[in-house]
Design a protein around this ligand. Structure first.
Ligand code: GLU
Length: 504
């Protein structure tokens, strides 16, 4: 068996959607699992849809996730170039070969003629009419015109394209590793354009020519390409080439499970559907990276969108994914996009990260909020907060009271618990804090004081927390006091007590 070669073949028409990213991941895992080669090929033959910056975006996203191609525009390789625009000279000859073999033909129709054909057909009750075995005889092409007429038009090179000639009433069957046998009747298929007037191939021709020349063994791509596969399989047959093995990945569905997840859904539901932030015209689309996701957590979330390891393992390193990966375990039904699951993975990964890894991340988040702190403080801060973080920006959101004393206090809780009779005991607690701020010692001393004086923990400790943080949330109270230091903690107690009096 020949060595496994797979490719990720995005078109740089915009940011890489989460579905494209999953395609890249599955190709990567399959290549690694089989000691094969993971190729990145940029499919930009359609210059009208080309978007500046999209290729760099794709590469940056793959790089962020560690899905490094073995061959590609930047890596090079024996099958290059890896950008279709740099290979454009090689496609036309295959279109001509198909014409010579009688499997393709020249068509000369103008857009007005195409429009007329569709409206005429509609008037006859044939809705969404296509250029196909039924209509091609009504059109101006090398099948209907004389060879001389055709030659004149070809030489003039106006509106000349090459279309694939679909056989009549033939069943094309191919094996999809997920769906087993997939069949299409050629009568349902249109005569796809394979070469455009400018001599450039369409996606269909360029894709199969490159897969063949790059010796791709397995095509793993999104379900939306399933209906094109019949055309592709036929082209392989017509050219006398062996087709690769196909696997079509299930759709990624909206959180409701109804319909395909779209780029608009991200903005609608307030979650990212792109790996990195992307700006186009007036719009900014959010990215998982900027939302504060760990790239490995995102990979872990993605791998389970349409693939099932066959046991209940959920949290997996990339090495483990490679070990477990098999195309047979890809599911047919659409995979629901559940952002809470993505957050859960992220939280789980952050819990597992080392404090050293998290320090620079927390530092950056804090810097973005104009907070600069030294590394010794950060190390303690990160240790204290690590378990409370779901997304990296929580390094600020969850602990901001540590950097700025609260100005608002949870009024309901204060009213429920505070009276000025408590003041002398808070004075005593203040002096305990002034004696030293080791968290364990403090916990012990304050609790002993409260017990010895028969005072209620459930009254004093929540109030003390509100003095420090403004509300009842946060990590261990005495750890917070230790981190704030004696001076700041006492200052917060004074300010809070003054405010409590006016609330009470
Ligand atoms: N260029 C196509 C895309 O943008 C590739 C589809 C395929 O993998 O064949 O998705």
């Amino acid at each position: 068996m020949s060595a496994v070669r797979v490719r990720f073949a995005p078109s740089p028409t915009g940011p890489l959607h989460i579905g494209g990213l999953r395609t890249a991941l599955f190709n990567y895992l399959f290549a690694k699992k089989n000691n094969g080669t993971f190729v990145l090929r940029i499919e930009e033959t359609d210059q009208n849809r080309y978007v500046e910056g999209a290729e760099d975006y794709i590469k940056e996203a793959l790089d962020w996730l560690g899905l490094t191609p073995d061959e590609g525009p930047d890596q090079g390789g024996d099958y290059g170039p890896y950008r279709q625009s740099e290979r454009k000279g090689q496609y036309a000859k295959y279109a001509h070969e198909l014409v010579e073999k009688g499997h393709a033909y020249y068509a000369f129709d103008t857009s007005e003629e195409l429009f007329k054909m569709r409206t005429d057909q509609e008037a006859l009750g044939h809705h969404s009419a296509k250029y196909d075995h039924r209509t091609r005889s009504l059109m101006r092409n090398s099948l209907t015109l004389s060879p001389e007429e055709s030659k004149t038009l070809i030489d003039k090179n106006e509106n000349v394209i090459i279309r694939l000639k679909m056989p009549i009433d033939e069943v094309v069957t191919f094996t999809d590793l997920v769906r087993e046998n997939v069949s299409f009747n050629t009568d349902e298929l249109d005569d796809k354009v394979i070469l455009k007037n400018d001599g450039m191939p369409t996606y269909h021709l360029a894709n199969i020519v490159d897969d063949h020349l790059m010796e791709i063994t397995h095509v793993i791509r999104g379900e939306e390409w399933l209906s094109s596969t019949a055309h592709h399989v036929l082209m392989y047959r017509f050219l006398g080439w062996e087709a690769p093995k196909y696997t079509h990945l299930p759709l990624i569905l909206k959180p409701s499970g109804k319909g395909k997840l779209s780029k608009r859904d991200g903005a609608k539901f307030g979650f990212p559907v792109f790996p990195l932030e992307w700006q186009q015209e007036e719009e900014t689309y959010a990215g998982f990276r900027e939302h504060g996701y760990n790239p490995n957590a995102l990979l872990n979330f993605l791998v389970l969108l349409g693939w099932n390891p066959g046991n209940d393992e959920e949290v997996m390193t990339v090495e483990r994914m490679i070990e477990m990966f098999s195309l047979k375990k890809i599911v047919k039904s659409g995979a629901k996009f559940d952002i809470d699951k993505a957050k859960w993975f992220n939280q789980t990964y952050i819990h597992k990260q080392s404090v050293e890894e998290l320090i620079p991340i927390a530092k950056q988040v804090l810097a973005e909020n104009n907070i600069t702190v030294d590394d010794a403080f950060l190390a303690e801060y990160v240790t204290l907060m690590q378990d409370r973080i779901t997304l990296y920006p929580d390094f600020y959101a969850e602990g901001k009271y540590l950097f700025n004393a609260p100005t608002d206090y949870d009024q309901k809780q204060v009213k429920k618990r505070y009276t000025s009779e408590l003041d002398p005991h808070f004075d005593a607690i203040k002096s305990i804090i002034s004696d030293g701020n080791d968290a364990t010692v403090l916990t012990d001393k304050v609790k002993t004081y409260l017990n010895d004086n028969e005072l209620k923990m459930g009254v004093y400790l929540p109030l003390l927390r509100i003095m420090m943080c403004g509300s009842l949330t946060g990590p261990d109270l005495f750890e917070i006091i230790a981190l704030l230091g004696v001076e700041e903690s006492n200052q917060r107690m004074d300010t809070a007590l003054a405010a409590f009096k006016s609330l009470g």
